[in-house]
Design a protein. Structure first.
Length: 188
């Protein structure tokens, strides 16, 4: 496929979260699928296909911080499922010189991992994690590697507890309008 240049590349896990036809013109979207491996593969491929100026991730998230709701702007992402103690502290990849956290312009902390959080995890609270997802750390790592600015907006669908599966399915598409409004602000 021929290389295309785009200012804004949206990466979303599933079409049920954000419909392509809802996007303003001039914006490309890639559906990565769920999880860090799918997100990495899709993001690397998209980098080469679109050479974007900025990656904007939109997705759903479970909240750990009970004070937040709606659409939030992520400022930092860590890996919640990298647990190799005693080789390295949880959240850090042993024998790896890549960052263990990536920063953006928002104010909330996202913990990424390849699991659906359905129970309290004291480590998340101790790290100050606000929300949990399954793709952002991978996307931020690829963006960092390619020296591309990234932003992420997460729509809270559930409380990261035993009801999360049902709550997520009911609310997976509720954040689209809020995100489209935010995207139009960014583009104006």
């Amino acid at each position: 496929m021929a290389d295309m240049k785009t200012n804004y590349l949206i990466i979303t896990a599933l079409e049920s979260e954000l419909k392509r036809e809802a996007l303003p013109s001039g914006v490309e979207i890639i559906y990565s699928g769920i999880g860090k491996i799918n997100a990495t593969i899709a993001c690397v491929k998209a980098m080469h296909q679109y050479t974007p100026n900025q990656i904007i991730n939109f997705g759903t998230a479970g909240k750990v911080n009970p004070q937040i709701h709606g659409l939030i702007d992520i400022g930092k992402v860590i890996q919640r499922d990298m647990d190799t103690e005693p080789l390295a502290p949880r959240g850090q990849t042993p024998f790896c010189n890549k960052p263990s956290e990536y920063l953006s312009s928002g104010k909330f902390l996202c913990g990424t991992g390849d699991s659906f959080v359905t129970a309290q995890d004291p480590w998340l609270n101790s790290q100050g994690v606000d929300v949990v997802d399954m793709e952002l750390f991978a996307l931020a790592a690829v963006a960092h590697q390619h020296q591309i600015v990234w932003r992420s907006f997460k729509y809270i669908t559930d409380d990261a507890n035993e009801n999360s599966g049902n709550d997520w399915q009911e609310k997976v598409n509720h954040g689209q309008e809020l995100f489209i409004d935010k995207l139009k602000q960014i583009m104006s």
